[in-house]
Design a protein around this ligand. Structure first.
Ligand code: GTP
Ligand code: MG
Length: 246
C-alpha cells in the first residue's frame, strides 16, 4: 500500500470510528526479540521503514553474537542488549521499552508481512484492542509441516479451554493498544504469544484475528519444536485456566 493509500484508509476509519482515538505511524512502535538474525534483520527493518515512511519507532531486544545489533543501530532502531533467555523474556522487554501508544510485535526472521502494518493500525483505529495475524488462514505453506500441525492443535485446544474460537495462538505478529499491555501481568516465556492473546480475549477486550501471509524463514530457527511446543502447550492450559478462575 502506498503512503497516500495508507493515509486515505486511515481517514476512512476516522469516519467509521467516532470517538475512538486515531493513531498514525507516528504513534506506532514495532518491537522484536533478535537473536543472531543477521540474515534477516536488514530486510525486516527496511520493510518497516518503507511501509511506515520511516515514522514508526523500532525496538530490538538483542541477545546476538553476530552483527545483528550493529545492523539494527545502522537502521536507527533502539537496541536493548540482553543475555539470551528465550522468546518471551526478550519480547516482554521489547514491549516495555516501546514508547508509543500502539505496539506491534514481529519476529526478526522475514516471515511476517510488514506490508500489513497499515491494515493493523486501521483496525486499532476502528476500536480493536488487539489485532492478531492469523498465519493458518492462507495455509502457511512456508511453515514446516510439524509446526503447522502443532499450531493448528494449539489453536484448537485454546479455543476449547476459552470457549471462544481462535485460529492462530502462536503468531509472532500482533498489534496492541499499549494500555492493555500495561494493565495485564504477563508470566510466560516461550508461550508469551499465546498468553498475549488468551488473557485479553478472556478479559473481554476487543480482539480480532486478521489473515496474514507467512514467508519462509531467513536464517536458523531459535526454537526447538518439541521442547518449545511442550512449553507452549503448558502455557495455554495454565493461562486459560487462570483466566477462567480469576
Ligand atoms: N533476544 C532474544 N531473541 C530471541 C530469543 N529467542 C528467540 N528470539 C527471537 O524471537 C523471534 C522468534 O524466534 P524464532 O526462531 O523465529 O521462533 P519461531 O518463529 O517459533 O520459529 P521459526 O518458525 O523458525 O521462525 C526471532 O526474532 C528470534 O530472533 C532469545 O533468547 N533472545
Ligand atoms: Mg519466527
Amino acid at each position: 500500500m502506498s503512503q497516500q493509500q495508507a493515509d486515505r484508509s486511515a481517514d476512512e476509519s476516522v469516519a467509521a470510528a467516532d470517538g475512538v482515538e486515531q493513531f498514525t505511524f507516528d504513534d506506532l512502535s514495532v518491537v522484536m526479540g533478535t537473536y543472531n538474525e543477521e540474515a534477516a534483520i536488514g530486510t525486516v527493518l527496511d520493510d518497516i521503514d518503507r511501509v511506515t515512511d520511516g515514522r514508526a519507532e523500532v525496538v530490538c531486544v538483542d541477545g546476538s553474537s553476530d552483527r545483528t545489533p550493529e545492523i539494527a543501530r545502522e537502521h536507527g532502531a533502539t537496541v536493548v542488549e540482553q543475555e539470551p533467555q528465550g522468546y518471551g523474556v526478550a519480547v516482554r522487554e521489547a514491549l516495555l521499552t516501546a514508547s508509543r501508544p500502539v505496539v506491534v510485535t514481529t519476529d526478526c526472521d522475514d516471515t511476517y508481512p510488514m506490508d500489513a502494518l497499515p491494515e493493523f493500525l486501521d483496525f486499532i483505529n476502528e476500536g480493536y484492542d488487539v489485532v492478531s495475524g492469523d498465519r493458518l488462514y492462507y495455509g502457511a505453506d512456508a511453515m514446516p509441516a510439524f509446526n503447522r500441525l502443532g499450531n493448528a492443535a494449539f489453536a484448537g485446544i485454546a479455543s476449547v479451554l476459552m470457549g471462544d474460537r481462535v485460529h492462530d495462538t502462536t503468531t509472532g505478529m500482533r498489534a496492541y493498544r499499549r494500555e492493555i499491555i500495561e494493565k495485564i501481568e504477563w508470566t510466560e516465556n516461550t508461550g508469551l504469544s499465546a498468553e498475549l492473546l488468551i488473557r485479553p480475549l478472556m478479559r473481554g477486550y476487543e480482539v480480532r484475528e486478521e489473515p496474514i501471509t507467512y514467508a519462509e524463514r531467513a536464517g536458523e530457527t531459535k526454537l526447538d519444536p518439541i521442547q518449545g511446543g511442550a512449553e507452549i502447550l503448558k502455557s495455554i492450559v495454565k493461562v486459560s485456566l487462570e483466566e477462567r478462575f480469576r
